[in-house]
Write a protein that binds this ligand. Structure first.
Ligand SMILES: CC(C)(COP(=O)(O)OP(=O)(O)OC[C@H]1O[C@@H](n2cnc3c(N)ncnc32)[C@H](O)[C@@H]1O)[C@@H](O)C(=O)NCCC(=O)NCCS
Ligand SMILES: Nc1ncnc2c1ncn2[C@@H]1O[C@H](COP(=O)(O)OP(=O)(O)OP(=O)(O)O)[C@@H](O)[C@H]1O
Length: 245
């Protein structure tokens, strides 16, 4: 089984690309969704969270805004919360991987916001980083209900820089372009991995002649005007090309 690690900073498009991977037949473990599940009314994380952060839970489950205000911007508090939640997430992740192996899944993916920060990149065969220009990221995140510039900045400050994530990535997916282009790029990547395996696809990236332009202007190996069907066959003819920064 090929195991992929999908990551990217806030608002870069992890969930959107995860949905594209699923549509391409790749089961995806969503760490953020698991966190939310653990924090729902009746969720396993609520009791230890209430003990560590009194007044942040109630009959409706977790007061996300209150806990967020307590931990984003306070590294010690954030680490205390992570020490409660992350082991539970890892357990669910193990169960997902065991099921994927049992089902003889060819490719599976872990969507983990803190993939590099938490060391889970060591578990996977290849890492995918979703990335868009900073102004696009900011616009997307500030459009969310309940988000403020201060909260955005404090979350961003807790995460590894986008530039560093891109540097570490095996595959960089530029989500600053249209959904259609990104979808085609994901299909190419999955198709390359299915046909040729991880080593070949990684070596395609390394040998790519795609110019390494800034994220905002570079083309990431998929011609935007091409239809998904024809780009797929073109990709299999020449081997898909993806950028690595
Ligand atoms: C503090 C909480 C309750 C705030 O909830 P809220 O609904 O306001 O934010 P949400 O969960 O949607 O996350 C917003 C953004 O922050 C990122 N984020 C969440 N936790 C962290 C963290 N510990 N470090 C860095 N980024 C984080 C998310 O990936 C997302 O990009 C929640 O984020 C939480 O429980 N975080 C701890 C668990 C965690 O580490 N999750 C991320 C990796 S599994
Ligand atoms: N080419 C693209 N690829 C991915 N997302 C895109 C693209 N173009 C626009 N978007 C939009 O950007 C937003 C990305 O949000 P998404 O929830 O996927 O990010 P995320 O990285 O999972 O965020 P978070 O870190 O907060 O969980 C979505 O509203 C999506 O529709």
């Amino acid at each position: 089984m090929i195991m992929l690690g999908l990551t990217g900073s806030i608002g870069m498009g992890k969930s959107t690309v995860a949905a594209m991977l699923r549509r391409a037949g790749v089961p995806v473990f969503d760490a953020d969704a698991e966190v939310h599940r653990l924090q729902r009314p009746g969720g396993e994380a609520l009791t230890p969270i209430e003990a560590a952060f009194p007044g942040t839970t109630g009959p409706g489950g977790l007061d996300r805004a209150k806990l967020g205000a307590a931990v984003f911007g306070n590294a010690e508090a954030r680490r205390r919360l992570e020490a409660i939640v992350h082991p539970m997430v890892r357990q669910a992740q193990q169960a997902f991987l065991a099921a994927a192996r049992e089902n003889r899944t060819a490719i599976a993916a872990l969507d983990i916001p803190l993939l590099f920060e938490g060391g889970s990149h060591a578990l996977v065969d290849a890492t995918i980083v979703v990335s868009a220009p900073a102004h696009v990221q900011r616009r997307r995140v500030l459009a969310r209900a309940g988000m403020t510039p201060e909260k955005f900045e404090s979350i961003l400050a807790t995460q590894m820089r986008d530039r560093e994530k891109r540097r570490r990535a095996d595959f960089v997916i530029d989500t600053g372009r249209s959904l259609r282009v990104t979808r085609a790029e994901i299909r190419h990547l999955v198709s390359c991995l299915r046909r040729h395996g991880v080593r070949y696809c990684k070596s395609c990236v390394r040998s790519s002649s795609t110019p390494r332009r800034p994220v905002s202007t570079r083309r990431t190996g998929i011609a935007s005007a091409r239809s998904a069907a024809s780009s797929l066959s073109a990709a299999s003819r020449r081997g898909a090309r993806f950028t690595r920064t």
